[in-house]
Design a protein around this ligand. Structure first.
Ligand code: GTP
Ligand code: MG
Length: 136
């Protein structure tokens, strides 16, 4: 099985949507939430997490947004969970996301797209180390 790092972004926390989103993840058969914490992130953590986006035009606004309030940080384990959580989330731009997906149901603008989920096994292990260095 796999594990993935999920962030419920400040818009999800502010709008009271984390229960709804965690519920969708939790109800999938055989997936388990193995870490869950509400945290105010610091800039160094976000710089490590979003290193691949340094220099992109959306990088600074994305950092400001991610620093704007607490984030729920989860590790989820289970069968095909990496692609699975990204399928639940929908595409990056919520306007392109189908109804039924998290971004399609609740999002409108690309920066405030509610959720991050690791995009590969390598990303998942890298990101879990950043947010939960104590997890093996
Ligand atoms: P994450 O799961 O958050 O990594 O989203 P993603 O993998 O669907 O998108 P990506 O890694 O390409 O971008 C990271 C985040 O930057 C996105 O989730 C958006 O919040 C933001 N972002 C990406 N592309 C754009 C863009 O073109 N404009 C703006 N404003 N934000 C963007
Ligand atoms: Mg990404």
């Amino acid at each position: 099985s796999q594990r993935t790092l999920v962030l419920l972004k400040p818009d999800a926390v502010r709008r009271g949507l984390i229960g709804e989103i965690i519920g969708r993840i939790e109800r999938k058969a055989d997936w388990t939430i193995t870490a869950l914490e509400l945290r105010k992130l610091d800039r160094a953590t976000l710089e490590a997490h979003y290193a691949e986006h340094v220099g992109r035009p959306f990088y600074e606004p994305l950092m400001e947004f991610m620093l704007s309030g607490p984030v729920a940080v989860l590790v989820v384990e289970g069968e095909s969970v990496i692609a699975g959580v990204r399928a639940l989330a929908g595409p990056t731009d919520p306007i392109a996301a189908a109804p039924g997906s998290i971004r399609g149901d609740f999002g409108t603008i690309v920066r405030e797209n509610l959720i991050h989920a690791s995009d590969s096994e390598e990303s998942a292990e890298r990101e879990i180390k950043i947010f939960y260095p104590g997890l093996a």
